[in-house]
Design a protein around this ligand. Structure first.
Ligand code: 3NM
Length: 225
């Protein structure tokens, strides 16, 4: 298995991630920025900038603003898919879907960038670990209009991945909100990632805070058990 070569500080921060907020790919720039700021303020440990269909320059400018916001808040910034933009804005890493660059290629291009991979089965999760990914997304746990083309994997996959005891951090994603969050954590997810639960909320800051509170409450209950 290729050993990860991201530095220990990045690894430490990655291992601590409990709430990971992904920006709404189709939101107008001002709304996307407001959502990133709200996620940082509301207690997210990591933010992923996800855009679809923007020109490279617009993506880069937005990524730079997100870097400023996340750096000021001490929040990890991961850029979806665009490793060039991730590197150009000095993000902490890149997130790659199954149809994006192979993990090993991203690692070669960017040795000290965090490389995350979306996975939709235990086999894909194990393969991504073998390829040297630093963390995984596992989902979509529930049906979600944010990623409608990918079938839901259910809490079963969350439990299966938890049981597999992966050696790297992972986050459950897809259709997670304040009402079903506890079921995802109970199924064994160490962390959760959300788009709509924060970015589509009337008050994204309050929504992030509430998710943070719920995740922390569950964690303290585990520590006390
Ligand atoms: N990736 P929401 S599910 C961006 O399973 C994304 O890889 C997924 O959005 C995966 O929180 C997903 O609004 C969408 O359901 C998550």
């Amino acid at each position: 298995m290729p050993a990860t070569i991201i530095d220990t500080e990045k690894q430490r921060r990655l291992r601590r991630v409990r709430l990971y907020v992904v920006s709404d790919a189709s939101a107008p720039v001002a709304r996307a920025l407001a959502c990133v700021a709200a996620a940082c303020d509301g207690g997210a440990d990591a933010v992923q900038l996800r855009r679809k269909g923007d020109a490279g320059l617009a993506d880069y400018r937005l990524a730079e603003r997100c870097r400023e916001l996340t750096a000021a808040a001490g929040v990890l910034l991961i850029v979806n898919d665009r490793i060039d933009i991730a590197m150009a804005c000095a993000a902490d890493g890149v997130h790659l879907g199954q149809d994006d660059l192979p993990v090993a290629v991203a690692r070669r291009l960017w040795p000290d960038g965090i490389v995350g991979r979306s996975t939709h089965s235990v086999e894909q999760a194990i393969a991504a670990v073998g390829d040297g990914a630093d963390y995984l997304g596992v989902g979509p746990v529930f049906v979600t209009p944010t990623k409608p083309q990918t079938p839901a994997v259910g809490l079963e996959l969350v439990s299966a991945v938890a049981t597999a005891g992966l050696p790297i951090p992972w986050v459950a994603i897809g259709g997670i909100d304040r009402d079903n969050l506890s079921t995802v954590l109970e199924a064994g997810a160490p962390a959760v990632a959300v788009v709509r639960a924060v970015c589509a909320a009337d008050d994204p800051r309050a929504a992030a805070r509430e998710l943070r509170r719920l995740v922390d409450a569950r964690r303290s209950a585990e520590v006390m058990a």
